[in-house]
Design a protein around this ligand. Structure first.
Ligand SMILES: Nc1ncnc2c1ncn2[C@@H]1O[C@H](COP(=O)(O)OP(=O)(O)OP(=O)(O)O)[C@@H](O)[C@H]1O
Ligand SMILES: [Mg+2]
Length: 232
């Protein structure tokens, strides 16, 4: 499989300065190949979420280049960028970001709203994604009727329902107890074995070292990168 791997993320010289003078990223270079499962690890304030926003095309860099699935982000309008994002990238956030009044299935289907798929097909794919994460028996539960670990599984189902090229997870176990956190990490491993490319952002060294590749970031700089597993 590695033989056919292609770059999904290519960052070169990426700097991010926030208004007010904080330089959150300084000259970051990062290449992620299809099929990888990697950790982006670093202390609070080191720039992890900023990096996730830039890789996820939610924000643009102040300097440097960003290519996602071969597309140069700087060359795209905001509208093309959101199309690229909905086609290629799935997000999982620490705090789930589910819509309170909607069932698990409707929450997952929401993630497919801009896919161009008809409503019935969105519902079918949502059901399939929920089965995939082990929640086939919780489709009609609303978020307040689910445990924290189940809510995170719904969020993961929503992120993968559109079969994105890249899954970005920001502290996906941050709000969970140890057992739920472990089962969410197992699920991410399974999705990766099925072919998903996944970047997990964490400040937890134990989670980071359980993944095949670690990118360490400190004060906005990559200070260590173990590189793609199996790369020469
Ligand atoms: N919108 C913003 N405007 C100004 N400064 C910001 C903004 N967002 C983040 N920063 C600053 O940029 C730096 C990096 O923040 P970032 O959120 O990327 O850190 P992080 O590694 O994700 O931390 P944590 O582990 O606490 O989530 C911090 O010093 C932060 O204060
Ligand atoms: Mg953060």
């Amino acid at each position: 499989m590695r033989r056919h791997a292609h770059p999904v993320v290519e960052l070169a010289g990426v700097t991010k300065e926030y208004p007010g003078g904080v330089t959150a990223l300084r000259g970051v270079g990062l290449t992620v190949l299809s099929g990888e499962l990697l950790a982006i690890v670093g202390p609070s304030g080191s720039g992890k979420s900023t990096l996730l926003h830039i890789v996820g095309t939610l924000d643009r860099p102040s300097a440097g280049t960003v290519r996602i699935a071969g597309h140069d982000v700087a060359a795209l309008s905001d509208r093309s960028l959101s199309a690229l994002r909905s086609r290629h990238i799935g997000f999982v956030f620490q705090s789930f970001h589910l819509v309170p009044g909607l069932s698990a299935r409707a929450n997952v289907a929401e993630g497919l709203l801009y896919s161009g798929l008809p409503r019935a097909e969105r519902g079918r794919r949502a059901a399939r994604a929920l089965e995939r994460v082990g929640l086939g028996d919780r489709m009609d539960h609303r978020p307040h009727e689910l445990s924290g670990g189940q809510k995170q599984r719904v969020a993961i189902a929503r992120a993968v329902a559109g079969e994105p090229d890249l899954l970005l997870a920001d502290e996906p176990t941050g709000a969970l107890d140890t057992a739920s956190g472990r089962s969410v990490m197992e699920l991410l491993h399974e999705l990766n074995e099925d072919g998903a490319t996944i970047a997990v952002i964490t400040h937890d060294g134990e989670i980071a070292s359980s993944l095949p590749r670690q990118v360490r970031i400190r004060d906005g700089e990559v200070v260590e990168d173990t590189g793609p597993a199996g790369a020469a």
